[in-house]
Design a protein around this ligand. Structure first.
Ligand code: B12
Ligand code: SF4
Length: 360
């Protein structure tokens, strides 16, 4: 089938640069490997109308990725246009935001089906539904409206092995439009090595979206992607999108060693940023990461108060020496940033601040 992926406008705040829609890009790469023709109509970059996208590609189906609430307005506009121009085209939707509010999308008439969570196998099966070869009720992780307009939720599917997914095909997007600027690496692009996190912080999407499962991609695939982005697209830095980079210590060490080797092979430094859990890293890890090119680690501290941390289930035991701004600083200028202090109560504010300052 011919699949037109639509990524609605992000309406980013001033200061955010455009970033590649990794979710749509990975899904499109997978569907391409499965033999479908794909194109991504990226509304943050492509200023042409949807009519142009429909005429140029002549899709059989529309797949819309909705990651954030701020994309809904644009999705409404673009879906209305698609419905008016090509009422015959099925519209399928997925992504983080759609996964959390599928009924809203369906009742607004924005899509015919909503896939919940990771889309690769759900979308593959959904294509059989829209081509009349399969009943929607047999597709896991799907939400749709029955004849009476009542939502039907099928059971969630088990997680796939990320090793079965193909290498990302970056040629599907104009990657040079997505460089993020850091003084250490002015041409930074995004990659990911794993999905999910074993922790269950109450405020985080991880428990519902990833069901607290941590899964890794094949290291070789990720490193090949990094090599392609440096060699063919001129990237000099990477932001790992993983929820919890380095959760598997063996992988952490292997990545660091292989990034050093890759940087020697390419003859240029590879700088990178990752996000992780403050309780997981010890000095040795940080040193290794800094040597391998890591220059920034935005940690979420949330609160310094043990009581609040317990209440939000953010009290995973801290091991090793606590890495903080102070301990990380001497490591080849690695920055440990963003002590996100999201949880404060008026009564506890003073003790919270005291704990936070003493632990940071
Ligand atoms: C990259 C990223 C960004 C980038 C987005 C760039 C872009 N163009 O997409 C930037 C920096 C702009 C960003 C901004 C924000 N972000 Co952000 N971001 C992420 C991050 C790190 C990665 C998302 C990603 O691409 N994952 C990789 C892809 C491959 O995984 P995936 O999403 O599961 O992909 C699958 C599904 O999307 C599905 N799918 C997609 N389309 C379809 C279609 C169909 C039909 C089907 C079946 C399936 C399907 O299939 C995909 C492939 O498997 C996540 C955390 C994370 N690690 O996921 C946070 C995250 C999504 N962000 C978050 C937040 C809060 C924000 C901000 C609101 C922060 C802020 N306060 O400003 C802003 C919002 C910006 C806006 N305008 O609305 C939260 C959302 C929380 C929630 N409950 O929804 C997250 C989860 C981080 C967190 N732990 O809190 N973010
Ligand atoms: S450690 Fe981070 S990614 Fe994991 S559940 Fe907590 S906030 Fe979410």
């Amino acid at each position: 089938m011919r699949i037109l992926f639509i990524y609605p406008k992000m309406q980013l705040y001033v200061g955010f640069s455009n970033m590649a829609p990794t979710a749509a890009l990975n899904l499109a790469s997978f569907m391409q490997r499965e033999g479908h023709a794909v194109r991504i109509y990226e509304r943050n970059i492509d200023k042409k109308s949807v009519l142009h996208a429909l005429d140029a590609f002549k899709p059989d189906v529309i797949v819309c990725t909705l990651m954030f609430a701020r994309q809904i307005r644009d999705m409404q506009a673009v879906c209305r246009e698609v419905r008016a121009l090509r009422p015959d085209l099925p519209v399928l939707c997925g992504g983080l935001m759609a996964s959390h509010f599928p009924e809203l999308i369906l009742k607004e008439g924005l899509a015919d089906y909503v896939g919940v969570g990771e889309g690769e196998y759900t979308l593959l099966e959904l294509l059989e539904v829209v081509s009349g070869q399969r009943e929607a009720s047999t597709v896991q992780s799907l939400v749709y409206l029955d004849r009476d307009g009542e939502p039907v939720h099928t059971p969630l599917r088990p997680f796939a092995d990320l090793g079965d997914f193909p290498e990302t095909d970056f040629s599907l997007l104009p990657m040079d439009k997505y460089f993020a600027y850091y003084p250490e690496s002015p041409r930074t692009l995004m990659v990911y090595a794993s999905k999910g996190c074993p922790c269950q912080c109450t405020f985080c999407f991880n428990a519902s979206y990833n069901r607290c499962q941590y899964r890794t991609r094949r290291r070789k695939t990720v490193l090949r992607e990094i090599e392609t982005l440096v060699r063919d697209y001129g990237a000099d830095g990477f932001f790992f999108l993983d929820e919890l980079w380095g959760c598997d210590k063996k992988e952490l060490r292997a990545y660091c060693d292989e990034l050093v080797a890759l940087s020697e092979k390419l003859g240029k430094p590879i700088r990178w940023v990752c996000e992780t859990h403050i309780g997981m890293m010890d000095f040795e890890d940080l040193e290794r990461m800094a040597r391998a090119g890591c220059f920034m680690i935005p940690f979420g501290v949330e609160s310094g108060s043990p009581e609040i941390l317990a209440r939000i289930k953010r009290d995973t035991p801290l091991t090793g020496s606590k890495p903080t701004q102070t301990t990380a600083r001497p490591l080849a200028s690695t920055r440990c940033l963003s002590p996100f202090l999201a949880f404060r109560t008026r009564r506890r504010r003073r003790s919270n601040r005291r704990y936070t300052l003493s632990s940071g």
